[in-house]
Design a protein around this ligand. Structure first.
Ligand code: IMP
Length: 194
């Protein structure tokens, strides 16, 4: 029998990456119902990921997986952080607000953080972990791949922004790729009760 996992996200960019990372593991991934919108009231990525996974699991009575992620810029005291999605109405607005707030600041250090949580049908948390990728914020966008803040997030080791990387390379270096790399072995041995 296929193992069903409800994905607690409405973000198509995240969903695409999660689907790619969970492919070949034998799960049937189902998107959460549109009308099920969980308010992100937590103050950390971990809290919000657990909150979303738990609420969606309880509402659907199925196992659920959630990702809460965002960009934390050192010179902005970690902003936008958990407010990354709420920094503007569109990716373009969010990027221009961030670049405006950072201005000519010379410290461009930042990190992307991704917390992933898996909840049982009763809403209890089975797994929860985090992946981090450090990088720098450019003055202008570069590249057309990925989503969100990818065009301004530069990884010096590769001399590429996330938006210039292939999906495979982004997986290797990104916060989400690292979180899923740690999650997958644990998910595979978890007794999902099927
Ligand atoms: P949330 O996790 O739904 O609260 O929102 C995450 C926010 O961070 C969204 O604005 C995303 O565009 C952004 N974000 C998360 N992961 C990535 C990524 O891998 N690349 C670019 N932006 C991301």
């Amino acid at each position: 029998m296929t193992k069903l996992l409800v994905v607690a996200t409405g973000n198509p960019g995240k969903l695409k990456e999660m689907q790619a990372y969970l492919a070949d593991l034998g799960f049937e991934l189902r998107l959460k119902p549109d009308e099920l919108d969980v308010e992100e009231t937590g103050t950390t990525f971990i809290e919000n990921a657990c909150l979303k996974a738990a609420e969606v699991a309880k509402a659907t009575n199925q196992w659920a997986i959630a990702d809460d992620s965002g960009l934390a810029v050192d010179a902005l005291g970690g902003a936008p952080g958990v407010y990354s999605a709420r920094y503007g109405q569109s990716d373009a607005e969010r990027i221009s607000r961030l670049l405006r707030e950072l201005g000519e600041e010379t410290n461009r250090q930042a990190e992307f953080v991704c917390a992933v949580a898996v909840a049982r049908p009763d809403g209890s948390i089975a797994l929860c972990l985090e992946g981090v990728c450090r990088g720098e914020i450019l003055h202008n966008s570069r590249g057309s791949g990925g989503f969100g803040y990818d065009p301004i997030f530069y990884v010096p080791q590769q001399q590429l922004t996330f938006a210039e990387m292939t999906p495979q390379l982004k997986r290797q270096f990104s916060h989400r790729g690292k979180a899923f790399e740690a999650l997958i072995p644990q998910l595979s041995i978890l007794d999902l009760g099927f």
